[in-house]
Design a protein around this ligand. Structure first.
Ligand code: MG
Length: 239
């Protein structure tokens, strides 16, 4: 591995997240939602964006079920392994072509989600903050410095839960590319150096329980003349 950007040095002002950015995950979410929603309302022509507060960031790899007054907030906390972008400079509107200039690095993260709370919020038409923005819900790895001239286009992402592969996807399957997300977010909300973008999860999401161990990875698969190459890794455990 080349030298990485230490996750402990990252201090985002904003943590943006993208929903349903992989077609197979969008399908599995629609199955979950069909149990509570009568009609589909999502329009996937634009990215689905939500946020976590900066206090959601977790750099020690510890997943904790959030609680209030001693009561756990959920009985169904899910993992979502994702490619994460680190913004390198501020923009209040960059073109799609300019967008790669604003990426400082890329890593792998876990967008921890209280799935029962999220589905209840969707049904009630309420915000997702409780289900997505709790403390320690945004776990990150160290980051690979981004260089658009040798940025690999065939990055894959995987997640092992207790040593078993549960998620695997190709970043090229994203509905909205990293450059498109930078372009879009810069115009709508503005981006600042240090912001993080969780770019969505591939299919295979599921629950965690206390004692579980997780290993999320971004890597380049074996290809003609090239060995498999691991780019960044995030190990986590559920407290
Ligand atoms: Mg997610």
């Amino acid at each position: 591995m080349q030298s990485l950007i230490n996750r402990k040095t990252i201090s985002p002002g904003a943590i943006y997240c993208v929903g349903k950015n992989y077609p197979e995950h969008a399908k599995e979410m629609e199955l979950l939602e069909s149990k509570i929603l009568q009609t589909r309302t999502d329009n996937i022509s634009e990215p689905i964006i939500f946020m976590k507060p900066p206090t959601a960031l977790e750099t020690d790899g510890v997943i904790v079920m959030p609680a209030f007054q001693g009561n756990p907030l959920s009985t169904n906390m899910h993992y979502e392994a994702e490619l994460v972008l680190l913004v390198g400079k501020s923009s209040d509107g960059c073109t799609l072509e300019e967008a790669p200039d604003y990426i400082r690095g890329y890593g792998v993260g876990l967008d921890m989600t209280l799935r029962d709370e999220q589905l209840a919020a969707k049904k009630a038409g309420n915000p997702w903050l409780k289900s997505k923005g709790f403390r320690k819900s945004a776990l990150i790895s160290d980051f690979v410095p981004f260089n658009q001239h040798d940025f690999p286009l065939d990055i894959e992402i995987s997640l092992e839960l207790n040593g078993l592969l549960v998620q695997h996807g190709a970043v090229s399957d994203m509905l909205h590319s990293p450059a498109m997300l930078i372009h879009y977010l810069s115009y709508l909300y503005g981006l600042r150096s240090g912001d993080l973008i969780f770019t969505g999860t591939p299919a295979g999401v599921g629950p965690v329980t206390s004692g579980d161990t997780l290993k999320a990875l971004i890597f380049l698969p074996e290809f003609i003349g090239r060995e498999r190459q691991e780019l960044a890794e995030l190990r986590a455990r559920v407290d």
